[in-house]
Design a protein around this ligand. Sequence first.
Ligand code: SF4
Length: 117
Amino acid sequence: MSADDRENWCLRCGRCCHEKIRLDDERVLITDVPCEHLDVMTKLCRIYANRSHLVGRCQSAAASAKVGALPGDCPYAMVVKGYPAPLMLADHPEHAELVEELYPGCSRVAAGCRRSR
Ligand code: SF4
């Protein structure tokens, strides 16, 4: 399978381009805070070609799948046996306070917010 073929697996949902938090119990929480480079209307990265150079924390889908940082129904995650699916904030609103603490005022707003600490 070529890299182009794998690229086509992406549904362009943009969920992996939201900030993630590792919880005290080691589970990953995908927040509703978009990366500052995500176009929240198109759900596409504005700097896609250069993202790995410009944003140190940006990982490939393959690398993200290894650490459970893709939603469980992402095609790249679905091929990983025993994939440790992260929590999605929308399904776990009990973590909303933590997200607000780490990213004040950033939830469900346009990209551009940065981590506060
Ligand atoms: S979560 Fe998966 S399908 Fe959605 S944008 Fe990220 S890689 Fe593509």
